[in-house]
Design a protein around this ligand. Structure first.
Ligand code: PLP
Length: 378
């Protein structure tokens, strides 16, 4: 049996979601753009899914546009801000996902935007006063700040950032890929113009997500073709994906408090056991702080030790799936760990939890890690 502790990368499909999807693969296979009964059935299922999502997030159905996932949603938000909303200046953080950072770098390289980064400290906290200064820029700005970081789990105060953007007439995009389905979002209150979601982060299918685009904001078309998604995003819809996305979000909201409590307990247990078993263990960013980080992510910084050079490989051989991250300047260096000035001589392991993990799995994982650290070398 394998232990899967890489839920920030992707999550296991919920069986209830699976059951909901199957009829849209086998029975209801019509093209939603067709005007006959087979098409109409599927079209109406898509609209029901959109209504479900809009209701859960307190948004209007026409503010939800289905995409291929978080990357497309982030790209669409940024490109729409530049090409439809006349943004010339973008304010962001060094911690954003590459879906955001690489898009911004490409725009900057083409001379289409100027780019500013909010000052941060070594725990990854944003300097809000610096953001306020940056917002004084005369050109119309886009602020792109993620709700929670996928590597170190830091949560940002997007309510406050939204307010600041609102009073400066700036557009606000938040990459909420790691929090949709795990936290409640009330989009009637949040002052965000764009947010992004991806179903596979909350037990839905892969390759489907959505962008929320506030009414009044103009979306730029990234994909040209047919008139799907009110001419905003062409291509025959990923019907079973969309059905699965709505079902996964419905389940997530139904069980959100219970799962949040349960998963936080798993994370607390891992922190407690690691501290007890491994001398010198630390936590990156705000990862070890329950109030300031995702309850689903724990980024562990482990001291140098003989035998710890390939911790991910070692855990994999012990049937445990996790992700890493390195602060060194070669290979697959993590831009997030570099931005918090993580010590490159230490080892980072990102554990990320879901409702399917157990206390026994946590204990076993710490035991396997401790086995390396507690070997006395002569
Ligand atoms: N943004 C964040 C914070 C993510 O963690 C991810 C996925 O890892 C993405 C965006 C991209 O989402 P997707 O895999 O749906 O393209």
């Amino acid at each position: 049996m394998r232990i899967y502790l890489d839920n920030a990368a992707t999550t296991q499909l919920d069986k209830e979601v699976y059951k909901e999807i199957i009829p849209y693969l086998l029975e209801y296979f019509g093209n939603p753009s067709s005007h006959h009964e087979d098409g109409r059935i599927v079209k109406s299922a898509i609209e029901n899914a959109r209504n479900t999502i809009a209701d859960l997030l307190n948004a209007a159905p026409n503010e939800i546009i289905f995409t291929s996932g978080g990357t497309e949603a982030d790209n669409t938000a940024i490109l729409s801000s530049v090409y439809s909303e006349q943004v010339k200046h973008v304010i962001t953080t060094p911690f954003e996902h590459h879906a955001v950072l690489h898009t911004l770098e490409a725009l900057k390289k083409r001379g289409e935007i100027s780019l500013s980064f909010i000052n941060t400290d070594d725990r990854g906290n944003l300097d809000v006063e610096h953001l306020q200064q940056l917002l004084k820029n005369k050109e119309r700005s886009l602020v792109s700040v993620m709700h929670a970081n996928n590597e170190i789990g830091n949560l940002n105060n997007i309510e406050l950032i939204g307010e600041l953007c609102c009073s400066s007439n700036a557009i606000f995009h938040s990459d909420t890929v790691q929090t949709i389905g795990h936290y409640r979002h009330d989009l009637s209150k949040l002052k965000a113009h764009f947010i992004a979601a991806s179903a596979h982060k909350f037990h839905g299918p892969k390759g489907v997500g959505f962008i929320y685009c506030k009414n009044g904001i103009q979306l730029s078309k990234l994909i040209h073709g047919g008139s799907q998604e009110r001419r905003l995003r062409a291509g025959t819809e990923n019907i079973h994906g969309i059905i699965g996305l709505a079902k996964a979000l419905e389940i997530a909201y139904r069980d959100i408090d219970e799962h949040a409590r349960y998963i936080q307990k798993l994370k607390d247990r891992m922190i407690f056991k690691l501290k007890a078993e491994i001398e010198g263990v630390q936590f990156n960013g705000n990862s070890g702080d329950a109030d300031k980080s995702l309850y689903t992510v724990l980024s562990v910084s482990l001291p140098q030790h003989e035998g710890a050079d390939d911790l991910l490989g070692y855990l994999d051989l012990n049937n445990i799936s996790v992700s890493g991250g390195s602060a060194c300047s070669t290979g697959s260096a993590s831009h997030v760990l570099k931005a918090i000035n993580a010590d490159p001589s230490r080892h980072t392991v990102r554990f990320s939890f879901s409702k399917y993990n157990t206390i026994e799995e946590i204990d076993y994982t710490v035991e396997r890690l401790a086995a390396i650290y507690n070997v006395v070398t002569i």
